[in-house]
Every structure is written in structure tokens, then in C-alpha cells.
Design a protein around this ligand. Sequence first.
Ligand SMILES: [Zn+2]
Length: 280
Amino acid sequence: MPVFERRKYEPKKESKPRSRGVPGGLWTKCPECNEMVYNQVLKKTLQVCPKCTHHFPLGARERLISVCDGAKFQEHDAGMEAVDVLQFKGVASYTSKLKANRKKTGLKDAIIAGMGKIGGREVSLAAMEFAFLGGSMGAVVGEKVTRTIERGLQKKAPVIVFSASGGARMYEGMFSLMQMAKTSGALARLGAAGLPFVSVLTNPTMAGVMASYASLGDVILAEPRAMIGFAGARVIKETTQQELPKGFQTSEFLHERGLIDLIVPRPEMKETLARLLRYL
Ligand SMILES: [Zn+2]
């Protein structure tokens, strides 16, 4: 037995601070201003921080309801489900990921599409759900966007798509990338019929989605401080070995350079869309 034995330190267990009767999940800390915001307040402000106007993510359904007259939205193609065509082998199978994301979001895939009215005008619209596999675009998302455009064509209604996506869905490989051409083709037909397409970019809209329908709007709107681009900033920096300008890939940066027509804070989205539709 050694003469000098090193003393063993037991890490002191920190006792949890008393909650003082405040149940968890009632408050959200704003990452921008560090203010604790009451969740009920966030619900009323459409997930916008009342202190600094930071835009928290907004679910696809809440978004659609927030812009439609009388909060009425009629969903179409709700039952469409993705299948693991490529039998994708990774750390976790695509099928198990789909299952987990369906459970988490209550949706079948990363988009909700249908019909509604904005400012009294019938519109065909869809919103992407970032919480579902990063809002990635696979065959189902591509097909539902295409059908949203085709419904607009059929009913002679303007089309609006709210994007929130990391890009194409890698688990579906080429089938994902095909959606870029398919959605763009449908938009060309919509344009030829003289019907408008309004693309609304929310945080984040990247890669394959940005490189197809999201950037093809007759009018392109964006939420404030949303990240928008093709490849991520880090990839561009590493490839080009160049310092990127300040504010690179934000809506404000792209608005200054003419890629985005208007930056619209979420509480003004419905009114702005209604006004736009009157002009178009
Ligand atoms: Zn804030």
C-alpha cells in the first residue's frame, strides 16, 4: 500500500435550484436577446420575440393558418408518404428516421399543402416543416410542391410556397435531385399560364430547394435574418479560401443585392401577401 495515497475527489453534486412552482416548458430563452419569453406570448406573436423580434421557427401548419383568412386551410395530399427506394444504409436506416420524424412532428413528411384564401382571394399554398428531417426535399416534398403548383393552374389561383429546408434529402439520392427539375418545370407551366408564384424564404432555405422553386418566385419574400443560400458558408470558405463578407447568406444581405424583393416580418406576412395578390 503506498504511503502517500492520492486523495480521491468526489465531484460535488449540485442540487437543482428549486423551481418555485414554475413547471418546465413554459418559457423559452431568446437566443438573440437572452430574454425569457412566456410560451403563451410566443404563441400569440407567431413565435416572434416581443423584445428583439427574433423569429423562432414556426411550424408549417401554424404558418399556413396564420396567413389564411379566418385561419381556414384545406389540406390536400395529406396521406402521401415517403418510401426507402434506395434501401439507404447509414448509421440509422431511412425507414427508422422517417418513423421517428413522423412521431416527432405528427406529419407524414416535411411539407403541408392545400388551398386557402388570403385577402378574399383563393390561393394554392404549401409550407415546409423544418422539424421534419431538416425540411429536406425528397420525392414526397417535390411531388406535393408540384401538385400545389398544378392545383394553382387548375383553379387559376396564385401559388405561394413557404420554404424552410436544408436542401435535397440525401436518403433518396437522385430521386431527390429529380424534384428540382420537376418543380421548376411545373413553375414554367404556371408562368406560361400567366399565374403568379410567390416564394417565401424562411430560416433556413438552402441548397437544392433554394436552387429550384424557392428562387423562382415572380416575387420573392423573406423573413428577417433568415439564412439563405446554396452551399453553406463554411464549405464556401474552405473551397475558395476567401474571407466571406459580413452578414453573408442572410436575407438582408441578399435583399441589398437584389435576390430578394422584400423582407417581411412574420406579423406582417398575411397583410403583405394580401396586398401583393391584389396587385398581381
Ligand atoms: Zn429576443
